[in-house]
Every structure is written in C-alpha cells, then in structure tokens.
Design a protein around this ligand. Structure first.
Ligand code: ZN
Length: 223
C-alpha cells in the first residue's frame, strides 16, 4: 500500500510501509503548492533530485524541523549538511541504500545542475516500487530502469521547456512500462501552461496500457 500526495510541481509526499518520504518539496514560492511548510510536521526521508530551487525548495528547512534524513547526490548532501541538516546520506547514480526499511536507488536524469548531478529516484517498499524521474528529457535507458527496478508507479515530468513534454513523456512511459503513471512538472510557470490532456491522448494513441492518474495539487492516489 502506498499513498502518493502531489504537493504541486515535482513535489510529492509518499506514505509507504508506515514511513513518510518527501520528494522535491518546493512549497515556498510555488504558485501551485498544496500546503505550506507549517503543514508538514512529519517526514522520515527527503529525497532531492537536484539543486534547482524548484526542487531543493524547502527541503533543508523541513529536515531541520522534522529530523528527516536528507538524501541526494554526494555533493548536494554535503550542501545540506553545511546548511545545518543533521542526518544526510550522499550517494551517487547507480547506488542503492537501505534506509527506514526502504531501498532507495539514485538513477540518472538528463538535465543540468549546479551542485552534483541531476538525478531520479527509485523507492522500493515491501510491495510497491516507485520511480520519480526528476527533471529530465527522455532517454533510451529508461527501458533499462524499467527492466531493472520494475516500478509500479512512475512520476514523470510532462511540461516541456525544462523537461520532456507530453509526447516524449508518453514515449518514456512506453519504455518504463509502469502500471500507473502520474504526470508532474506542468501548469506551474507561465512557460509550463498545458494541461495533461495531450499526455493522456498520446498514451491512448500509443496503446501503452499504463493507467494515467491525474492529480490536482493536494490530491492523494492510493495503490
Ligand atoms: Zn531543474
């Protein structure tokens, strides 16, 4: 059982195996934020895909408030530690750590970063596996990620401009082959204006067979 709440943009709160994992919690300044940092009182782990401000967001502050462990590339984890986060795990692409009963793997993403490298995360619980792709363009090794980790649920950017758009994200879905895909990183900024309609249309046209779950910020998907 997993509960996935969209916090807006690339941010998610994931409840899995009685643990709370936040990914890219950008709330302050996010026009689509589902809540504020004041509403977040519990977190065990915070995964940060890269250091752009719309992903690193409020992660340092929330770690300090909740005592959550900050997980990212080695370089970004060092940054968090220098900024006062007590518990950090800095690892790198291809590596898997076990923390709080979960297996967490850092995977590649095709994007940029000023500190460390852009990444995605695989989060494996007892009976559900999630893939958060971070900010990325489509790449053919998404097929390998699908084969290696067999994610049940993929969280993919679809907004274009900074990441893959709806067409590329549908191709990415066909490579990864998750049971469920949840689009993210759209409708946040003036340059990310489109709805998820074109993504849904592309998934249907390609007969990929993956279920698309469209969330509004604050909504929860349970599986
Ligand atoms: Zn970015």
């Amino acid at each position: 059982m997993v509960k996935i709440k969209w916090l807006g943009h690339a941010g998610f709160e994931i409840k899995i195996d009685e643990k709370t994992v936040l990914i890219d919690p950008w709330l302050t300044g996010n026009p689509k934020a589902a809540c504020t940092t004041a509403d977040i009182n519990t977190a065990d782990i915070i995964c940060v895909t890269h250091d752009h401000s719309d992903h690193l967001g409020d992660s340092v502050e929330i770690c300090k408030k909740t005592g959550a462990t900050f997980i990212a590339t080695y370089e970004l984890a060092n940054y968090a530690q220098k900024n006062g986060v007590e518990k950090v795990v800095g690892f790198n692409i291809g590596g898997t750590i076990e923390i709080a009963g979960l297996k967490i793997t850092l995977v590649q993403a095709f994007h940029t970063a000023s500190c460390g490298a852009p990444t995605g995360f695989i989060i494996k619980g007892k009976n559900r596996t999630l893939y958060h792709a971070g900010d990325t363009g489509v790449f053919s090794d998404m097929k390998l990620i699908g084969e290696l980790y067999r994610p049940d649920i993929a969280l993919l950017p679809i907004g274009g401009y900074y990441t893959m758009g709806p067409y590329e994200a549908a191709v990415a879905t066909s490579l990864i082959k998750p049971k469920v895909v949840i689009p993210m990183h759209y409708m946040t900024f003036p340059v990310l204006t489109q709805t998820a309609d074109e993504f849904v249309k592309n998934i249907e046209e390609k007969a990929i067979g993956t279920k698309v779950v469209i969330l509004k910020p604050g909504e929860v998907y349970e599986d």
